[in-house]
Ligand binder design. Sequence first.
Ligand code: ADP
Ligand code: GLC
Length: 497
Amino acid sequence: MFSDEYITSKKILFVSSEVFPFVKSGGLADVSCALPKALKKLGHDVRVVLPRYWSIDKYQYNLKPVIAPMGVQMGNCLVWCAVFESKIDDIPVYFIEHEQFFGRSGIYDDGKKAYYDNAERYGFLCKAALQLCRDINFKPDIAHSNDWQTALLAPYLKTWHAYDSFFRNTASVFSIHNIAYQGIFHPNSLRFLGIGNEHFTESKFENFGYINFMKGALFFADAISTVSPSYAREILAEPGGNGLGPYLKRRHEDLHGILNGVDYDCWNPETDTIIPAKYSLDDMSGKAECKKALQREFWLRESPNVPIFGIVARFTPQKGLQLLAPIIEKLVTEMLAQFVFLGSGEKNLEDFFGGLPAKHPGTIGAWIGYNNYKAHLIESGADFFLMPSLYEPCGLNQIYSMKYGTLPIVRKTGGLNDTVWSYNEQTGEGTGFCFDAIDPYALYYTIGWAVSTYYDRPEHMRNMKKLAMSANFSWQTSAEQYSRLYEKAINRRNSWW
Ligand code: ADP
Ligand code: GLC
């Protein structure tokens, strides 16, 4: 994908709305912790910036004040905030504290509705990140932003800071983790955001009369990435592009698909301190203990020889739970298998899946909410992991589950397509089970295929677990690709104007 030019160490400003372990709603948080760590290992100087949400405990994470107050120019007013610092390993992580914007219980919404001022909240985060660079005299070579929440970073660099000597050598990279969420807001926010009318045009921010943050980033960023090669192809056309396909096509040359990795410090059955028993390819006995603990935790019948299918997901249409809903009861009545569900999101899905254990006690377990312990327990204790996603930019759970010897069952889309090697019944090889059609019965037969493999071809199961557990999705490879992308962004920046 990239030429093999020599990569030098860079100063990288990495801005994200979620960073594990401080705040997490999905995979973006995992990436925003693991990628900076991997970049640091390659020799880059990385600084991470995120909001100091109300839920981030200053004492638990030993947050130290760095600047108070810091004035951030928004439109024609100065907005004052404080900045705190903590560390991930030895990477500085800066928290922007502003009571009115971030001192509330949710991240993006109040549990029912998106916050009415998300445009102002996240526009402010981007401006504050740039102001922080000045105040601590950190001149980044690269400003790396992620998804709509931090999409304004690149436009701010190209417009407000276009002639600013401090950011003269800063190039921008924008990563798309999910193009379905673009950050679309009423134009009333333009003034506070400091986006001039000359940029509120169809090729930049304007989208059917509204401001589209992601669209603006696609115009202004020096380089664009997304989280898997397949997704990079899918979003160039509709419906994958969610309306932004034509704008991505214009930047085709600057768009790169770089697969997410696994942070093996967190997700590795040999070292995982969260699970009840550790295990490895050489000694799998711990996995049986994890399975037993999983059955207890979810009130399932304690049967070591019945396959368990697990799901850990945000309950949104993306995750394909609507393919499972019509067949789940047929599955548990026709096949000897157990199911566990962990997740939260849309009320109708929560009600449906949350209500199943009462109808099928001992066979289906469910827990509605976010719980890191249960997520690790499912990864380690289940035999199969379900991801029937309608689309999946990358997906992390399928690659985590492979490391735990829990075979993923996935629809062939986006990153699922790039990471799971479908079972070949002739050779007994593969790392999971794949299907194509967006159809409950395609999923039904694939689960049936997995159940029959579990009972009838145990030697194939053993072989697949071995292949899955030995697959390497380390962040190092991806971080090297990002490093090359940074070089490319810097070259492109110099030829932009
Ligand atoms: P997405 O970012 O689209 O939600 P990913 O597969 O990339 O999907 O990442 C999801 C991450 O969020 C994984 O680390 C997964 O374990 C975690 N996760 C999702 N839902 C829950 C939950 N209810 N409880 C704990 N962890 C969860
Ligand atoms: C998004 C995507 C998911 C991806 C994650 C991290 O939330 O839905 O597929 O793994 O971002 O990049």
